[in-house]
Ligand binder design. Structure first.
Ligand code: SF4
Length: 152
C-alpha cells in the first residue's frame, strides 16, 4: 500500500483550505492503491489554519527538541506537528506501507525542502517533521516530484 499526502490527492486540507491536486496521485487513491493522510489534520489542527514553519532547524531538530514549529501569528504548534507525525507513522505500520509520497516544501511533509522559518517564501534544504519520523523508522519517503521521476 502507498500513503500519500491528502492535499496532492485533491483534498482541501492545506492551511488556506486549498489543495494541490496531482491527478495521477488522485487516480491511485480512486483505484484503492493509495490512502490519504494529512499529518497536520491528524495532529488536531483545523482547516483553514495559520501557515506554520519550522524555526531553528528542520524536522529532525524538532523531533530532537532542538527546534520548534511556529505559526505565522506566533503560536507554538510543535506538539500538534509531532502528534500528527506519530499518527502517520502508526498508519504506515498498520497498512504496511511500502512507500509514502509526501508534498514537498511542507513543514510536515517536505522530504528535501522546507521553508526557512521567516515566512518570506524562501525555501531551504531540510525535511519536515512527519517525513523525518517516517525515515527514522525505516519507511521510504519521496516527494510527489520524485514519485513521477521513478515511474516507468
Ligand atoms: Fe498537505 Fe501535508 Fe500540509 Fe496536510 S500537512 S496539507 S498533507 S502538505
Amino acid at each position: 500500500m502507498i500513503l500519500v499526502s491528502s492535499c496532492i490527492a485533491g483534498l482541501e486540507v492545506r492551511y488556506n483550505g486549498s489543495h494541490c491536486l496531482v491527478e495521477k496521485i488522485q487516480k491511485l487513491v480512486n483505484e484503492n492503491k493509495a490512502i490519504t493522510i494529512c499529518p497536520e489534520m491528524l495532529g488536531g489542527l483545523s482547516t483553514p489554519r495559520e501557515p506554520a514553519e519550522i524555526i531553528g532547524g528542520d524536522g529532525n531538530d524538532v523531533l530532537d527538541g532542538k527546534a520548534k514549529v511556529m505559526n505565522r501569528v506566533g503560536a507554538d504548534v510543535t506538539e500538534q506537528f509531532i502528534k500528527g507525525a506519530y499518527a502517520v507513522l502508526e498508519k504506515a505500520k498498520e497498512v504496511s506501507a511500502t512507500i509514502v509520497v509526501l508534498k514537498e516544501n511542507s513543514p510536515s511533509c517536505g522530504s528535501s525542502m522546507i521553508y526557512n522559518g521567516e515566512f518570506i517564501g524562501k525555501k531551504i534544504a531540510g525535511i519536515g517533521v512527519t517525513a523525518a519520523l517516517l525515515k527514522r523508522n525505516g519507511i521510504r519517503v519521496i516527494s510527489e516530484e520524485q514519485f513521477f521521476e521513478n515511474l516507468p
